[in-house]
Structure formats: C-alpha cells, structure tokens
Design a protein around this ligand. Structure first.
Ligand code: DP6
Length: 326
C-alpha cells in the first residue's frame, strides 16, 4: 500500500498553450518536450490512512495546491475499485522554485505513478500519463523520458489525450539545455490563467493552435536527424508565437523582462558568429538555452555576460521510476 516515484520536469519545444476542456485538461493542440535531468521530484504515497495528508517540501499543503492533489488521489480510489482509505503523500523536489522551471509537471507525474502503484494497479504508461494530465497538462509528458509528444486527441472524454515517447534519451546524448535564470520572482499570471486568457481573448489563438500542430512532425524530423539548427529555429519561432498570442490577449500578457531580450539578442548575435545555441521561453522571463555539449561552455559564457544570475544545467533524462515498498 506504499510506493515511491521519481520524475523529471520537462521543457516544451512545441508548447502546450490553451485548453479545449478546462475540467479534463484537454489541449487545443499537440505539444513536444525534452525531459530535464538531473532535476527531479520524489513522491511517496501510502494508502490506508484515516484521511488524505499532503506534504510538499516539508510543509502541509493548503488551498488549491492540496485540492489538486486530493482530486488526483480520488481518481485512483475510483479506479482501484476497492477501499483504499486516505493517502499520506510526501513530496520533495531537488530543484528549488528559483530554478525558474515549473515543478507541477514532475510533481503530478511522480504523484500519478506513486499513487497508482501503491494502490496495486499494474504499470500502464498510458493510464499514468492520462492521470498525470488531470493534475497538470504538461505532467503527462513527464512519465516517460527522452522526447515526448502529447497528442491533442479527439475524444471528448480525453482518454486518447496522453503523451508518448518519440525518442529515448540515448537517441541524442550530446543535446544540452540550461536555464538562464534572470529573476526568481513569482510570475504575476500563471500558465493556467495565462492560457485561458489567450484562448478567450487573443485574436491570434486559432492561428497559434493550427501552427503548433503543424510544427510537431517538423520537430520530430529535426530530432530524427539530430539537426540542432532546424530544431533550435523551430523552438525559437514556437516560443515567439506562444508569446505573441499571449501579448495579443486582453488584458495583454507579457512574461518577458528587459533581461530576457538581452539574453535572446546575445544568443542570436553569437549564433551569427557560429555558435550553435538557441532559446525557448515558457510562461516566464527565464530563457532555456538549447545547445550541444561541444558548444555548452561558450553558450553559458554568452548568457552570463548577458546578465543571467544563475545557470541551471540539464541533459535529456530518462523515464520516471517507481518502487513499491513491501
Ligand atoms: C508554457 O501544464 O502548467 O509551460 O495544465 O493548467 O496545469 P495546466 O498548465 P501547465 O502549462 C504549461 C505551459 C507551458 C508550455 C508547456 O509546458 O508545454
């Protein structure tokens, strides 16, 4: 009745931005991401308690944070089809929120894996991805490692909207990513509200969704060829298009800081001189640089000179793992 799971966060190169179903967390378009090792979150779930207890990084969770976890636990109670009682859930991340990466993807992936395994449900990557998605959309891409594609799906019940691995981490061992940390401040508008505002009020939204969907096969082809220039250019234009959609919302959503543009400009300038480095940008000010091992040191130097206060180095990580305690 007890299991521990570890999952990595992920960074999307074709972003998920906008839901067609808010309750089921179903996206308007498919997305594609890289798994970010060595960062991880480890979660233990033990059923058979009097009530649900949720502990995140040493503190009892409250409000919306607790509610999202308890809702996921209740779905496992339903699926198990036998009385499980309450769950004691303890979760700890080895990367601080100040790493500039959202922790919700790794957190809900680890929770989905641990809560199902502790309930005695057999491993099922698709069911785990669907369950993780219900906690936070991007979490469905953190069950498997390497490169994952979350297909939009067509069904109204969302059972065909889950992520699958397109390439294992071993496909391209030289690929590197790092977060260029500019600000540790919490963003004013989170992804959930930001994408809702974009869907409801941005006149560019339909074009965004259509374009992002069309980029998926192109991203897969560039990955297949291990073609950093094509992949990097695609990642940059997809990030710009997501931000353009958000900027055109009413009220407008600007996640960029002056320092963000400084990093982006310097990276582009260095590229003109032959450096193979590209950026992507989630719903926040900290660019994530995409490069290869041979160019890593030069890319880091450029980003430090542009004002990054910290660099968080990553490589492509493997599958989330789970262990049942006997
Ligand atoms: C910009 O997965 O955090 O990082 O489904 O509402 O929990 P919810 O949103 P979330 O959004 C991630 C948005 C993004 C792009 C991406 O990861 O694809």
């Amino acid at each position: 009745m007890k299991a521990t799971a570890t999952a990595h966060p992920n960074i999307a190169l074709v972003k998920y931005w906008g839901k067609r179903d808010e309750a089921l967390i179903l996206p308007h378009q498919s997305s594609l991401s890289l798994t970010l090792a060595p960062l991880s979150i480890t979660t233990t779930v033990e059923w058979g308690q009097e009530e649900d207890q949720v502990e995140l990084n040493g503190k009892a969770a409250e409000g919306g944070e607790r509610r999202r976890v308890v809702e996921l636990l209740s779905r496992v109670r339903e699926e198990a089809g036998r009385p499980l009682g309450g769950a004691r859930m303890v979760s700890r991340g080895d990367f601080p929120a100040s790493a500039g990466l959202a922790s919700s993807a790794a957190a809900f992936a680890a929770l989905a894996l641990a809560s199902r395994a502790a309930a005695g449900l057999p491993r099922d990557v698709r069911a785990e991805s669907v369950l993780a998605r219900r906690g936070s959309g991007s979490a469905c891409r953190s069950i498997q490692g390497g490169v994952c594609v979350w297909r939009r799906g067509e069904r109204a019940d969302g059972e065909d909207s889950y992520a699958e691995q397109a390439f294992a981490a071993s496909h391209w061992p030289e690929l590197r990513m790092f977060v260029a940390l500019l600000s540790r401040a919490e963003k004013e508008v989170g992804s959930r509200d930001g994408m809702r505002g974009s869907v409801e009020t941005s006149p560019y939204y339909p074009a965004w969704a259509q374009d992002a969907e069309a980029e998926i096969p192109r991203a897969l082809a560039a990955l297949e060829r291990r073609d950093i220039a094509s992949l990097g250019e695609l990642a940059e234009r997809n990030a710009w298009r997501m931000h353009a959609t958000a900027l055109a919302a009413n009220p407008p959503l600007c996640y960029l800081l002056p320092g963000t543009l400084e990093v982006i400009q310097r990276v582009r300038h260095a590229r003109g001189q032959g450096l193979k480095a590209y950026f992507t940008l989630d719903a926040g000010p900290n660019p994530v640089v995409l490069t290869t091992a041979d160019a890593l040191e030069d890319a880091e130097r450029v980003v430090r000179e542009a004002g990054a206060v910290e660099i968080v180095r990553c490589h492509v990580g493997g599958d989330a793992t789970v262990q049942v305690h006997v």
